[in-house]
Design a protein around this ligand. Structure first.
Ligand code: SAM
Length: 285
């Protein structure tokens, strides 16, 4: 593609997350000009490439073969071939394969160029009407309820807007879990089927969204991003929240009274309040 160079270039190319019109002219040009496309699912991407008239050869690169493929792709690049990396939808490496490849290439001084475009995190965030000056992307939450809850507990005091990817069949349970951890009044946004025909954006408190999830079957259909407002709490509330986190950890090893006493001492909060929470938490386990 470019003359007089020893190594090829890896282009990390974003593809649409639903709406084909979001395919950029540059993405289309790069995919047509490279020697090889590494795609997460070659059959799925085949349809996309046909739509833009691209006949560049493809090989698969997915979570199960990325380790093996890295060497093969390094060798193509070292032979001077240009390669594009795409995933099934959106930006590669964002909850998608490609990290091991990019890291290996940088270590070998091989050039990596981004070709930016659609990404569900950013699309959801920019219509959420929640603060966008600072945010954190959490990807998919752990699938198992216990692990998910432990993970969410660690985010209770997070002041930045949080973005999660979620599977549609779990949306009701996840919203309920978010409500239990962050409270009824915390604002959130559920973005469904962004850029597609059935695009729907649900905004409200976690309590309102849980009620909606129970009555609107559409909420659990299609692809979903959850955007959650950060914590706006005062220092007092923040230290109680921290104490609750400490308490949860201690409760995994100690009886309620001992855990409550230690959490209260460590975080300088009320012991009786900790004990009440410890008893409730033990009962809910
Ligand atoms: N790399 C992709 C990106 O840039 O957004 C994400 C890939 S990840 C495997 C797929 C998840 O992204 C879906 O389960 C969903 O949470 C989110 N997602 C992708 N497309 C979406 C869309 N059109 N609307 C809402 N969420 C979407």
């Amino acid at each position: 593609m470019t003359a007089a160079k020893s190594c090829g270039i890896l282009y990390v190319v974003a593809t649409p997350i639903g709406n084909l019109d979001d395919f950029s002219a540059r993405a289309s040009r790069v995919l047509n000009e490279v020697d090889l496309i590494a795609a997460e699912d070659t059959r799925h991407s085949g349809q996309l490439l046909r739509a833009i008239g691209c006949t560049t050869p493809m090989i698969s690169l997915h979570e199960h073969n990325e380790g093996r493929r890295v060497e093969e792709l390094v060798s193509h690049l070292q032979d001077g071939k240009d390669v594009a990396l795409i995933s099934d939808a959106g930006t590669p490496l964002i909850s998608d394969p490609g990290f091991a490849l990019v890291r290996a290439l940088i270590e070998k001084d091989i050039r990596v160029i981004p070709v930016p475009g659609a990404c569900a995190v950013i699309s959801a965030l920019c219509v959420s009407a929640l603060p966008t000056d600072r945010f954190m992307f959490e990807g998919f939450l752990p699938a198992k309820s216990g692990k998910r809850r432990d993970h969410l507990m660690q985010l209770r005091r997070e002041p930045r807007t949080m973005v999660f990817y979620e599977a549609p069949h779990r949306i009701g349970d996840s919203l309920e879990e978010l409500r239990q951890v962050f409270g009824d009044e915390r604002n959130a946004v559920v973005c469904r089927e962004l850029t597609k025909v059935h695009e729907t954006i649900y905004r409200g408190t976690l309590k309102q969204l849980c009620e909606l999830a129970a009555t609107d079957a559409n909420m659990s259909r299609g692809e979903i991003v959850i955007v959650l407002a950060g914590c706006e709490c005062s220092e007092d509330v923040a230290s109680t929240l921290q104490a609750e986190q400490v308490l949860e950890v201690l409760l995994q090893e100690l009886p309620a009274s001992q855990a409550a006493k230690l959490a209260a001492k460590l975080c300088k909060v009320d012991r009786a309040q900790m004990y009440e929470l410890a008893v409730k938490s033990k009962a809910g386990r």
